[in-house]
Design a binder for this molecule. Structure first.
Ligand code: SF4
Length: 331
């Protein structure tokens, strides 16, 4: 061993990758990023997030069916199947949903399943008001994307749906079970979509023609046609974010940033801004790959009502090339 050799920089490759969720964490509150990506503090699931996961599952499997069978009734069956699977395999999550519906003492599984389905019916019905799935043949569903955009740094995530028109144009679609954001918060959601568009572009060389956010909680659709300049700008923003995260890692300072989102933050007991006690930073060898952890396929898919704010620069465009839209979605 050469004693003069420089010691390896333990932070050089941190973060090794980012998803839209983790990027938004840091943009929202660097301390939140630390809690989720480095400390990996547990967070209880919310009933809305769990319901969103079930809705996403139903909409994903809807396209396994022949086009003529993609009906509201079949989607309700798929939702119920997803619920029964959750109830069988994840008792803690099932109890959270049941408690929200006041079903704590209910023992009849059929009655519970019926009530859980009833709580999601408006979302499922709204989906069918926004588009006709019998007219779509998605190119991909719940697609994991990951691509290196700089040395030892990748962007990654899960895309709800990718459509390809007969002319080969790509539309990236994301379902949100919450309501469409006000204009002040639109940039956040469209950042997620640009993130996916950049990943797709870098993976395939094809610039997506359209980005589409479907808000099932308010029956609205936001669409945006990205340009090369948009995606290059998004790439610069992500790389700058990586630098900022790396700088925070080297200094050990992930500053808390309070906002109204603190009201929903599960980590207030550990947050000095709320009188909590900051846990000691885990040693670097335990967290250097932390921000590269694999997210749930549904984590960045609008499973919760508070996710999703999109960019006011988004413009509504026609859906004809992709052959969907039974209704006239609002931009
Ligand atoms: S409570 Fe607020 S300031 Fe503290 S970690 Fe959570 S989001 Fe950040």
């Amino acid at each position: 061993m050469n004693p003069d050799a420089a010691a390896p920089d333990p932070f050089a490759a941190f973060p090794g990758s980012l998803s839209p969720s983790r990027a938004n964490d840091f943009l929202t509150c660097p301390l939140l990023f630390r809690f989720r990506s480095i400390d990996r503090l547990p967070e209880p699931s919310s009933p809305a997030a769990l319901r969103g996961t079930l809705v996403h599952s139903a909409l994903e499997h809807l396209f396994d069916l022949p086009a003529a069978d993609r009906t509201v009734a079949r989607t309700r069956v798929l939702f119920t199947e997803a619920w029964l699977e959750l109830a069988a395999n994840d008792e803690a999550s099932a109890r959270i949903v049941e408690a929200e519906l006041g079903l704590g003492g209910t023992v009849d599984p059929a009655e519970v399943a019926e009530r859980v389905l009833a709580s999601a019916l408006p979302l499922l019905d709204t989906y069918f008001a926004l588009e006709d799935p019998s007219r779509l043949e998605p190119h991909a569903r719940e697609l994991g994307v990951s691509v290196e955009i700089a040395d030892s740094f990748s962007i990654r995530g899960f895309v709800d749906r990718i459509d390809r028109s007969p002319a080969g144009e790509i539309r990236i679609v994301d379902y949100k079970t919450g309501k469409a954001p006000g204009s002040r918060y639109e940039a956040k959601a469209m950042f997620q979509m640009r993130f996916y568009a950049l990943a797709w572009w870098r993976m395939t060389g094809d610039m997506p023609r359209m980005l589409q956010l479907m808000y099932l909680g308010s029956s609205e659709v936001l669409r945006y046609e990205p340009t090369e300049q948009d995606l290059l700008s998004t790439e610069r923003k992500i790389l700058a974010l990586r630098e900022a995260i790396n700088k925070a890692a080297r200094s050990g300072v992930f500053a808390p940033t309070t906002s109204r989102l603190c009201d929903w933050c599960a980590h207030r007991p550990s947050c000095p801004e709320w009188g909590g006690v900051l846990p000691p930073m885990p040693p670097p060898h335990l967290w250097l790959s932390a921000a590269s952890r694999v997210d749930s396929p549904f984590e960045s898919s609008g499973k919760s009502d508070s996710s999703g704010k999109s960019d006011s620069s988004g413009k509504s465009v026609g859906t004809a090339p992709f052959g969907a839209a039974s209704a006239s979605p609002q931009g």
